[in-house]
Structures are given as C-alpha cells and as structure tokens.
Design a protein around this ligand. Sequence first.
Ligand code: F6R
Length: 608
Amino acid sequence: MCGIVAYIGSKPAKPLLLEGLKRLEYRGYDSAGLAILDGTLQIAKAVGRVVNLETKLKKLPGFEGSLGLAHTRWATHGGVTELNAHPHRDDKSGIAIVHNGIIENYAALKKLLTERGHTFHSDTDTEVLAVLIGELYEGDLEAAVQAALREVTGAYAICVVCEQEPGVLVCARKGSPLMVGVGSGECVVASDPSAIVAHTSQAFALEDYNVARITREGFRTSTIDNKPVSPKMMQLELDLEQAELGTYEHYMLKEIFEQPTSLRTTMRGRVDLNEGKIVLGGLMDCAKELVKIKRFILIAQGTALHAAMIGEYLLEDLATVPAECEYASEFRYRNPIIEDRTAVIAVSQSGETIDTLSALHEAKDRGALSLGVINVVGSSIARETEAGVYLRVGPEIGVASTKAFTGQVAALTLMSLFLARRRFMSAERTRTLLDALNKIPQAIETALESNDLVRRVTEKYVERDNWLFLGRGYNYPTALEGALKLKEISYIHAEGMPAAEMKHGPIALIDDGMPAVFIANKGPQYEKVINNIEEVRARGGHVIAVATEGDEHIASIAEDVLYVPDVPDCLSPMVTVIPLQLMAYHAAVLRGHDVDKPRNLAKSVTVE
Ligand code: F6R
C-alpha cells in the first residue's frame, strides 16, 4: 500500500528518499513523488515505478536540499495520475504533505474549504488535508497540523513541511503506521522500517493521535491536543540482506524456497524434545490465564485468515478448547459476543492490517484477552496485544504471502501444543508431535524438489481460466490458500472449497476445461477425498492431486500427481501448500506477469 519516507538532516535528501522509496516498492503502488524544501518547495511526481520519478528528476535542476518528503501512492481517491500523486501542496501557505490512509470526512471538509474560496487540483482526500492545514496555519506548523487533525476522521500517517519553517518536519499518525528513525543530527521517518535501517537502528513508532515535530537539533512528541508524550525507543533488528533478492528471479520464489530455514527459525529454542515442552516466552506472563480460556476467536484477513482457520482446527483438536475463526472485517462490524474467559488471537504478517487491528480493538473493548501471531516486531498489532508469538520468518517482500503462511501455521501449532500440554495432552503425545513438527522443514525441502515437475504440470493447464481447489479437514484452508495464490499473481479465476461442498452446486461447473486441484494427503478423510476425485473425473474434469509419497492408487485416478512427504495430518498444511505456492508462481511467470508486483495488490492493507 502507500509508502512514506521523509528526511531531515545534513545529507542531500533526494538520493536518500529515492533509495527509501525503492525499499518500499514491494508494498505495491501505482505512482510516486517527492518534495524537497530548499528555500522553496520543489515537487516532482511520476506515474508508475519509482524509476520513472528518478529519470524525471535527472532532467530537473535543483532538488538539492536536505529536508524532504517522498511517497509511493496506491490509489484510493481519484485515478492514477500525476495530479493525484503525492506530495500535495497548499499554495497559499507553502505547505507540502504526504499521506497514507483515508480522510473519511474529506468531502464535507472540501465543500467547506471550497466555500471559503479554496480551489483544488486533484481528486484526493490528501489535498483537502493540505489545504486545511494551510487554512489553520498561523506561523506554527506543528500547531496547524494538530488543529487540522482534530477536525478529521479516518486514518492517517502524514509528514508535512512548510516553506515558512525551512528546518521543521512534522509527522503524525492515526491507524496507519509511521516510524521515526533517530540518527545523529538527522531523522528518517518512514511507514516501514525497511526504509530506515540503512541509516539508523534507533527508532520509535508514533502512536495513534501523536504528532512529532522534528528539527536537525532534535524532536518532541505530543498528542494532537498538544499534551507532551514520551516515545518508547526501540532497536530495529531488520537484516537488510534478508530483504535482498540474491540469486533468485523473484522475491516470491526466494521466499518459497526459504521456508525450511524460516521455519527452523520459528521453532528455534521453542521446542524442548527431551522434556516434551514448548517454550514460548511471549505467552509465559499469561500462561495461567490462557489455560483457563473457554473460547478462542481467531481474526485475520487473506492468507493470514487461512492460517488462522488451521489454528482453529489445531486449538480444538490438540488443545481441546472451543475455537472459531472469522474475517476481522466482519467480526468488527457485527455485535460480537465476548463472554468471560475469551481470548482473541490476531494473526497478521505485517501487524498493520487495519481490519485486523480494528477488530482487535473491538475485542479488547469487550474484555477479551488479546494475543498476537505476528511477523513484524514492534508493529501496531504486536504493540497492542497483551501476549503473543512472533513468527521470526524474516522480512516478507513478495506481495503474495508464502513463508509468513507456514510461519503462522507453525506458530499456531506451537501455541496449541503449549496449551494442550498444560491441559490434557500427555508428555508422550506432545513429544511425538513436537518430533514431527521439528521434521517439517526437512519435509518442505523434499516437497521443493518437485519444483520442475510442478512447472511442467502448471504448463499443461496454464491457459485455463477457471480452476477449483478442493480439500477437507486441515487441508480445506490449504485449498483456499492455493486458490488465493493463483488468483492474486496469475489473475486466473480460482475457487477453493471443502471437497464435500462441490456436490452442493459447484459440480455444475465441471467440464473438460476445468482443472481441479485436490489436496489428497493420507489423512483421516482420505477415502472421502478419493470419492470426490472420482466425481470430478466422471464429469470430464482434470484432476491434479497433491498426495502422500508412496500412494500409488491416486496415480491411477488423477491425471497429475504432486507427491509430498508423509507427515501427521494436523501438520500437513505446511507441506501440502508448497506445490500450490509453486504452481501459482509458475502460472504467473508463464502468463508473463510481474510476480512481485501484482496488479492492484498491496503488501500491507492499511485502509478499510
Ligand atoms: C495474500 C496476502 C494477503 C494478506 C492479508 C493480511 O498473499 O498476502 O491476503 O495475507 O492482506 O495481511 P497481514 O498478514 O499482513 O495481516
């Protein structure tokens, strides 16, 4: 989604801002722009990639100052045009602003400002905010920003500069992430730590309704009502090398192949095989309370929701405690009943997904214990949950989530076993499952060896425009994930569903043009899945089966079989998903799509 980088210090801002924007490219965007304040404001914008902006800037004189703002825009209000790209400015006051989020009452504000004689050049909500700050400006940028933000509803992360205060950068946040990296005599502000770590590892995250006024001499933070607040400094631990492409052609492929390593890191130090114990530091403070929880509610969106659905099965199956999983966006707007001893688990790679964050607020307000299963350390959801488990899978750059999915499932498995052992599970059974869990990275390595075969199978069907993904039990969410992966990067229509549901309608779609991917591992529902495969075959559908190594029968009924190692059913999604991730990857490449920058998608969805 939109990205922000701002700089104040003594170095030339332009190269630093462009480099920061490139670090944010993975988040998804459609235009870019920057403003440098060097006596006067200079603004340049370009539609498309950051490199277009860079090329344009090479031909423009100036842009020499050491204070500036930059932005990658993912269109919400108004089309993808230069006029709608950020920064936006208010001509009267000489204010420029970059903004992530949505100002919900912008239409009413725009009407009011138009009546007061202001004119607008773009269709954006951001320009309205620029003009509002300008309208309220009386020689103090920080005060004008605070006053304007008291008038707006919605979500924002903003950075603002003003020609009349050439050494001041003002930033603020509500509901959209913004982090201030503090170096010596300089600050780098960004919506994502990856644009900061090359310059400093000391940073703080702005909290909702907080404003920072930054100069070359230092900074101060306050609320939008001008009450002083003290930010909590943190050490950024992001390893930039982990975010490099290396020898891979795409981040998605790199991250698919990284999964054995990333999962070993998820489990390192957390699995004590000798004692049959699970060590989760992030849950220890509330372990006693957790054991008494009567109901878990898992909330998430997209791929994280599919992992959360597996978490629901795991909690019921292993920890024998009622659990249910729901789209965070739906949970938030109904009237969720939170009874005594209910815990909510927010599952999110970024920790910034606005639907998940808002649902978490709702659950907390209603008295739920709040837990997080999050990848990005120090993200909003991580900060706002009382306890949780980090994924530790490293930065995920590919827009299509892969290693975060297996990391989320592994973390939820650890969490379920942590609880199970404290409830009814014997040490013996726990040890058996932990032993199998420890071997999952190896099983993924084996599954990855089929990469060439997966490509060949995908090639056979890549021209088909409609696919089905079917699974049962633990692998029903895997089927949903397989369909989502294919949709988002290869733009092929795909539907995932429980294999048994097919008979209740979707079977009408089956003809000889329709590939049906079955997850048919040797689990408790294997025989039932085989029946469903026969039903598709009888109607001329093409069956691709993800099956357990050694299953010869399936080769006689499926047209193509992608084998994966035999692992316990409850752990199988981490392995069965591998050929599905590879299939989506190859389909996108074969169709000539930009795998890491799929159209219309953003890495972290910070607007509703
Ligand atoms: C799909 C994908 C999205 C995210 C969803 C939630 O590949 O990446 O569906 O899973 O937007 O994002 P997080 O996990 O950051 O909350």
